[in-house]
Design a protein around this ligand. Sequence first.
Ligand code: K1U
Ligand code: ZN
Length: 167
Amino acid sequence: MAILQILQYPDERLHTIAKKVALVNDATRKLVKNMAETMYAAPGVGLAATQVDVHEQIIVVDISEEHNQLMVFINPEILKISGEQDGEEGCLSVPGIYETVRRADNVTVQALNLKGEPFTLEAEGFLAVCIQHEMDHLSGKVFVEYLSQLKQTRLRAKLKKRRREAL
Ligand code: K1U
Ligand code: ZN
């Protein structure tokens, strides 16, 4: 079992743009296993490779309470979006902060599975939110960047204070 270290906002490395996975191999499968273990241990409902300082287009998502519906998306691409929803989001890279973000309500995603085979998935509601949130990480975007500049400034000050007090 390997629990990976999760980068904490405002770490600059969270803004790295992930590269496509050229070949899905044993190293990819090992990384995915470690990412899933890290997500379940946190606990969280998703994790992007960017958050564990690996800048490849890989995300894992599991919104089940039983932790038995792991979804793996390698080189994910959004083919279609529709609708709108406002939902509260959190992030393992910004612990303890929950804010409302507006996102598409339905997304159709194409990706590769762990065998390197393409698949397409239609997601709605919270699953669609998680997929969009994790795909943002691969583009170097953290959910707090959807907030106003004032809120982002206050948030950075709050996190700085919290980290100072934790020392
Ligand atoms: O990307 C991440 O850091 C994971 C993040 C995913 C996410 C949550 C909520 C909305 C959009 C995306 C988290 O998992 S934060 C933790 C969390 O929300 C949670 C933890 C345990 C049980 C249920 C939810
Ligand atoms: Zn996140």
